[in-house]
Design a protein around this ligand. Structure first.
Ligand SMILES: Nc1nc2c(ncn2[C@@H]2O[C@H](COP(=O)(O)OP(=O)(O)OP(=O)(O)O)[C@@H](O)[C@H]2O)c(=O)[nH]1
Length: 505
């Protein structure tokens, strides 16, 4: 007796035969008992037995894409993914035109009344060009894709969830095959606008630089929608000569029909790279108090806790204008970025690695935050400077301040004068405007076309060259002792930050 199986228990067996996770609907027709399941769907018994055949039908209902190894990694480790992503965008296809025929207009007959005869004689008023030729409708333009800078966005994380973006296709010419005076062009599809955080660099996946969306409202057209298809007139052979004078869009043979098909929209793979846009970058070892400082002088609410690496991604805060400047107070507004803590070896990937160092690229002032109550604050400070130098020596030429934090603690307040002096000694008077190319370290840069290079800044190895000591780079603009937590000397620190900002314009 034949029986039908609605198969579910075999799906594990089946899954082993497919590399992707398949959702299968499975049915089998057979005579009992079913011998061991064979790979072939049908089987013959030997010639003495009745000829039996088994039919096994496997219908592929849906193939799900296999989970990517990193699909949830960016949720667990957002700091590794928030600033870089590859996406695919596809502009909309153009809508189709139509192959139209002229309406069959009857000659007025004698039996018609005068009114009906007039009506039949009246020619439909088709749309015409200035030279009198017919204008035939076109399919709608496919939607373009534009990427724009949006102040409301902070990270590129959401693009890891949705990496494919598609604009709508243009509307078809809505025609039943007959030319009428009411025919309209197909509707153009709207432009798909994709918001990204300020400071996003847009590149083709293969490397061509497209745009640096550093300011609110900056935008770039990344994929053009396809053009709509044209419409063609299909006319009988004997009328062709007469119609050629009316329109050039006449169908001569079947191959012309491709002209009526809308053009496909462009599809491109893009790399989005976020470079935080901030005037001031806060750097320091974990737990130095960078986030506390940011929260103390801006309205930002970063996570603050007594363990290292509380900050996983840069936090941004806006520093209000300087009230002492009166009417011009807004001229000193600035954005501060609190970067995750650096540790020795960060440039080699230790701690949270060097990923964040590139976010200092757009800053014009650095603020080193040092825990003045730590075991060896000067060594902490040197460690951070060394990491900056190893990543990009140009960072050491940038104007900077040193904030000796936590002076509310007795061990810090006692040694503040000596600490200030020691820090002051690490550096020279010279203000170098030239980025250092002598240290043979990995430096990140954008080439003339804006493409990013991570390269050895000199062909010679570090051994062959004179590596500049930290003392040979410029001194800080100021060294201030504060307690950002207790609000001690915070106003003095703010004053120094504002003065330094004005100097570094
Ligand atoms: N006593 C004292 N503690 C402070 C001061 N500033 C910050 N702290 C404490 O130091 C700890 C670390 O502060 P955070 O602001 O999270 O330090 P961070 O440098 O941002 O740390 P990461 O996120 O690891 O980079 C917290 O417990 C703060 O309350 C200060 O002026 N005095």
């Amino acid at each position: 007796m034949a029986s039908m199986l609605s198969h579910s228990s075999s799906s594990s067996f089946l899954n082993r035969n497919f590399t992707t996770d398949l959702s299968l609907s499975f049915s089998a027709t057979f005579s009992p008992p079913l011998p061991q399941f064979q790979k072939s769907a049908s089987r013959k018994w030997n010639s003495n037995e009745n000829y039996r055949s088994y039919t096994v039908k496997c219908a592929l209902a849906k193939a799900r894409t296999p989970p990517s190894p990193t699909s949830d990694a960016f949720i667990r480790e957002p700091h590794k993914y928030f600033d870089e992503v590859v996406i695919t965008v596809r502009a909309g296809d153009g809508g189709h035109g139509a192959v139209l025929s002229m309406p069959n207009i009857k000659a007025p007959s004698k039996s018609q009344g005068k009114f009906d005869r007039e009506k039949t004689k009246r020619k439909p008023s088709y749309k015409r060009d200035f030279d009198g030729s017919l204008i035939l409708p076109m399919g709608g333009h496919g939607g373009d894709v534009v990427i724009y800078a949006d102040e409301g966005k902070d990270t590129l994380l959401e693009f890891h969830n949705k990496s494919k973006h598609k604009a709508k296709r243009g509307g078809n010419v809505d025609a039943m095959g007959v030319l009428t005076s009411y025919l309209q062009n197909g509707l153009a599809a709207p432009t798909l606008r994709i918001p990204v955080p300020l400071g996003t660099v847009v590149k083709h996946k293969r490397g061509k630089f497209l745009a640096d969306l550093a300011n609110p409202g900056d935008e770039v057209l990344v994929a053009r929608g396809g053009q709509g298809g044209i419409s063609l007139l299909e006319v009988p052979e004997h009328k062709k000569k007469q119609m050629t004078t009316l329109t050039t869009n006449m169908m001569r043979d079947d191959s012309d029909k491709v002209l009526a098909i809308g053009q496909p929209g462009e599809e491109v793979s893009l790399q989005l790279i976020l470079r935080v846009v901030a005037d001031v970058g806060l750097v320091g070892l974990p737990n130095a108090g960078k986030s506390t400082l940011l929260a103390a002088i801006t309205h930002a609410k970063p996570d603050i806790a007594d363990y290292p690496f509380t900050t996983l991604m840069p936090n941004l805060g806006r520093l209000d204008g300087d009230p002492s400047l009166g009417a011009d107070k807004y001229s000193s507004e600035a954005t501060l970025a609190d970067l995750p803590g650096l540790i020795e070896g960060a440039h080699l990937g230790k701690g949270l690695g060097r990923n964040f160092l590139r976010h200092l690229r757009r800053t014009r002032l650095l603020v080193h935050v040092v825990d003045a109550a730590s075991e060896d604050p000067v060594s902490d400070y040197r460690t951070v400077k060394e990491e900056l130098r190893m990543y990009n020596p140009e960072y050491l030429d940038r104007p900077y301040l040193v904030v000796l934090n936590k002076i509310d603690k007795p061990e810090a307040v006692d040694r503040l004068p000596t600490l200030t002096e020691e820090i002051w000694r690490i550096g020279c008077e010279r203000i170098s405007s030239e980025p250092d190319a002598s240290s043979g370290t990995v430096a990140e840069s954008f080439s003339v076309d804006g493409s990013q290079n991570s390269e050895i800044s000199s062909g010679l190895s570090a051994k062959d060259q004179k590596v500049k000591e930290l003392e040979e780079y410029p001194r800080p603009l100021a060294v201030v002792g504060v307690s950002v937590l207790k609000g001690i000397k915070v106003n003095e620190m703010l004053k120094e930050i504002r003065t330094a900002l004005r100097k570094s314009l």
